[in-house]
Design a protein around this ligand. Structure first.
Ligand SMILES: NC(=O)c1ccc[n+]([C@@H]2O[C@H](COP(=O)([O-])OP(=O)(O)OC[C@H]3O[C@@H](n4cnc5c(N)ncnc54)[C@H](O)[C@@H]3O)[C@@H](O)[C@H]2O)c1
Length: 265
């Protein structure tokens, strides 16, 4: 119940999916949580759920594509709760209909994806770090993806953006470690958020189950556990790392599947 007691955490994209599960868990473990999401209605609904369960949370409308909006989110967190200890730069994504291979890629989508995933994360770090220095340290958690760890036939913009998030995480860890600010990235594989469950074709889900080391897909709560660990002092000696949470999607080389003892049976 007390793993992040007394800490103040901001999470962008906290009104649904992995972000919501993480906000709920951080609050259950004692943090005051500021949920930023696109609409005030969604962010406040998520915060109200947490307060109904006895936690401390507020919801704030934010568009992470806009610096002023992100700055207002951080300012609100500090004004409301007095400090900032944990910053989860969680919003990201791309439109899979426009984010294709290099030749098929829509370049306007490429620019949007870089802004949504990379620029917003740089800004989230820039805006949080001065408050963390004032507080004597902090933990920044950037949401990447397995798409940022290796190449694929689709989503070149998304993968490139998440790779940039991973490398930038190392720079922030390097540059602000002596101020006791830790910065880590998480790289989820397939996690059954409502958005993914609605959009992923059944044969793709079957393919993931077959290829992954583990025979099941992840749930938002699985990723929330990792988010909590990285926010809490339990991870005080971990910084500049990317941690894949992917059921073993990236644990083996691509030909391993062909050598599975029961392959073809
Ligand atoms: N679900 C997965 O399988 C998976 C896998 C790898 C990485 N991720 C990453 O996890 C993060 C969130 O994914 P999710 O599956 O929880 O998504 P989700 O769609 O369930 O939630 C995303 C939230 O972000 C909000 N949002 C979108 N654009 C925003 C903006 N400009 N400003 C503020 N809020 C905005 C949405 O309203 C929504 O509430 C993303 O960075 C995504 O790339 C997810």
């Amino acid at each position: 119940m007390d793993r992040v007691r007394g800490q103040v955490a901001v999470i962008t994209g906290g009104a649904s999916g992995i972000g919501l599960a993480s906000a709920q868990l951080l609050a259950a473990e004692g943090a005051a949580v500021v949920i930023g999401d696109l609409t005030h209605e969604d962010a406040s609904r998520a915060a109200a759920q947490i307060t109904a369960d006895g936690g401390r949370a507020i919801g704030v409308a934010v568009d992470v594509m806009e610096e002023e909006s992100l700055a207002a989110l951080i300012d609100t967190a500090v004004a409301e709760f007095g400090r900032l200890d944990v910053m989860c730069n969680h919003v990201g994504g791309s439109n899979p209909r426009k984010d294709l291979d290099v030749l098929g890629l829509d370049m306007d989508e490429f620019d949007r994806v870089m802004r949504l995933n990379v620029r917003s994360t740089v800004l989230g770090c820039r805006l949080a770090i001065p408050h963390m220095i004032e507080a004597g340290g902090g933990s920044i958690i950037n949401t990447a993806s397995v798409g940022g760890l290796a190449g694929d036939f689709i989503q070149v913009a998304y993968g490139s953006a998440k790779a940039a998030v991973i490398r930038m995480t190392e720079y922030v860890a390097t540059q602000y470690g002596h101020q006791r600010i830790r910065c880590n990235a998480i790289a989820p594989g397939a996690v059954m958020t409502p958005a993914l469950a609605d959009n992923l074709p059944a044969e793709m889900i079957r393919g993931i189950r077959t290829h992954n080391a583990l025979p099941y897909l992840g749930e938002p709560e699985d990723v929330a556990d990792l988010m909590l660990f990285l926010a809490s002092p339990e991870s005080r000696y971990i910084t500049g790392q990317v941690i894949a949470i992917d059921g073993g999607m990236t644990s083996h080389h691509p030909l391993a599947e062909t050598r599975r003892p029961d392959a073809g049976s």
